[in-house]
Design a protein around this ligand. Structure first.
Ligand code: ATP
Length: 273
């Protein structure tokens, strides 16, 4: 057990029991922006408790997929099921109920510059709950301790490095012990040491809280480290979904080209059109 396991105590025991169920499901989802189609009849299941990593070329629709899952976008057609509820037609109140069990780590950390670290972490709690202030302070402390930023609650985001900001963003995402955490490029712009730290935090969060995680990334090392399964998006669809081992052995030429392109720092497969 590492220190995070001890902090979160016995929550761990429930973490792996329910892996066969589905936490998020997309059924025949279509999505366009103006004339441009981004997703075509996409079907996807994210199993309860798994970490699904989504990869694919720039512009393939990876962030769009995450934003659909948290109800920040509505699909043109199709169904999006989250924790047993179809969310694509829910109003803001309904979506806020669903989001109570979801955390999101945005691509550029998305911290409020005018708020302290503690206020940033507590933002969702103050918005979504009537939790008393003393409990909120306990949650801030616990969440910051989880990401190794104990005692930083009164610091302003401008005083933090990029890696620390990502960790605050992660603390905010897990503050209410969500069932689901969505990560958009959690290691982008970070040095390898900080990337490793973030990868470890993602894995600990999944293991300790038992969360279902969907991680969008271009970082293949990170993908192979943290994923239970990897899904590759290309040309409006998910063209492959497999465990990391199966993915490495994939005979799909687009998958092979993408993996080697990213590894060799070349331009990966391009989208048609
Ligand atoms: P990257 O890896 O570069 O972040 P991505 O795979 O996450 O890319 P998305 O951000 O989902 O791709 O965007 C997919 C396409 O949809 C892009 O061409 C993008 O410009 C377009 N797009 C995304 N959001 C909007 C929007 N709100 N309005 C119009 N077009 C959008």
């Amino acid at each position: 057990m590492n220190h995070m396991d001890i902090i979160m105590g016995n929550v761990m025991e429930n973490a792996t029991e329910i892996k066969s169920e589905v936490m998020i499901e997309l059924k025949k989802v279509n999505m366009s922006f103006k004339e441009r189609r981004i997703l075509y009849n996409v079907d996807l299941q994210v199993k309860t408790g798994e970490t699904l990593v989504v990869i694919g070329p720039s512009g393939a629709g990876k962030s769009t997929l995450l934003r659909l899952m948290i109800g920040l976008l509505r699909p043109d057609s199709g169904e999006i099921w989250v924790d047993g509820q179809e969310i694509s037609q829910l109003n803001e109140d309904g979506l806020n109920q669903i989001r109570r069990n979801m955390g999101m780590v945005f691509q550029y950390s998305a911290l409020f510059d005018s708020m302290t670290v503690g206020e940033n972490v507590a933002f969702g709690i103050r918005q979504h709950t009537k939790m008393p202030e003393d409990e909120i302070h306990a949650v801030i402390k616990r969440s910051l301790r989880m990401v190794g930023l104990m005692g930083k609650e009164n610091v302003m985001p401008s005083e933090l490095s990029g890696g620390m900001k990502k960790r605050v963003s992660l603390a905010r995402a897990v503050a209410l012990k969500p069932k689901i955490v969505l990560y958009d490029e959690p290691t982008s712009g970070l040095d390898p040491v900080m990337s490793t730290t973030i990868n470890r935090l993602i894995m600990s969060t999944q293991r300790i809280l038992g969360v279902t995680a969907v991680v969008v990334t271009h970082d293949m090392d990170s993908a192979f480290t943290i994923a239970d399964r990897i899904a590759m998006m290309y040309d409006e669809k998910i063209i492959e979904i497999a465990t990391p081992d199966e993915f490495r052995q994939s005979e799909n030429p687009l998958v092979r080209q993408f993996i080697s392109g990213v590894r060799n720092n070349c331009i990966p497969v391009r989208r048609r059109g």
